[in-house]
Design a protein around this ligand. Structure first.
Ligand code: URA
Length: 201
């Protein structure tokens, strides 16, 4: 069994041993290993679990659109998550109907995958890691919020890697104003520049 098979097996073990009522399936990362560019999201949703791949739902569509806009496609980059299962909450309506919705992963849930994510990063060996949203940002750095560091290239002394924090693509869904969109687009252009400069190293 190779190193990546071991990572996948460990993810499977963690998920299968976790409280079944708190999760709605699980996935692993997608894309080449090794890869110079690695995106790390929060956790999969329903569409991701159904297709077995990260970022294929609504947020994934936004993500891919912007990725393509800077001349990259999914096959060029590694995409993974901070939490590999879909965290869910079960809502019971007054009429007794149950519905399932996504929820952000708890810190304890993120911590379950600390070791496997670190191993995946080591194996992928990227030149740049792009964190999407607050969950991967807080997991990998000491920043308290994406608002203070998005669009900046940061060198992480512990990981010995460049990290480029970005807003999560789903933030475009609830921040529809033009200035946010402009800022988000600009961050992707800054990422393009950071990647171009990195190629020269
Ligand atoms: N949002 C994430 O953070 N990860 C996914 O895989 C899908 C949506």
């Amino acid at each position: 069994m190779n190193e990546y098979d071991l990572i996948k097996l460990r993810i499977k073990e963690i998920c299968e041993n976790y409280d079944k009522s708190s999760i709605g399936g699980w996935i692993t990362g997608d894309g080449p290993i090794p890869a110079d560019i690695m995106f790390i999201g929060e956790a999969p949703g329903k569409n991701e679990v159904e297709s077995g791949k990260p970022f294929v739902g609504m947020a994934g569509k936004t993500f891919e659109e912007y990725l393509n806009s800077i001349g990259l496609s999914r096959k060029d980059v590694r995409i993974t998550n901070t939490c590999f299962f879909r965290p869910i909450k079960i809502n019971l309506s007054k009429s007794g109907k149950t519905t399932i919705s996504n929820r952000p992963p708890k810190i304890s849930e993120v911590n379950l995958f600390k070791e496997v994510l670190d191993k995946e990063i080591k194996l992928v060996n990227p030149k740049i890691i792009i964190t999407l949203g607050n969950v991967p940002l807080k997991r990998l750095t000491n920043f308290k919020s994406i608002g203070e560091c998005h669009g900046k290239l940061i060198y992480d002394d512990i990981l010995k890697k460049h990290i480029f924090p970005m807003y999560h693509p789903s933030s475009l869904t609830y921040n529809r104003n033009d200035s946010f969109k402009e800022m988000y687009k600009n961050d992707w252009n800054l990422l393009k520049n950071a990647i171009t400069n990195m190629k020269g190293r």
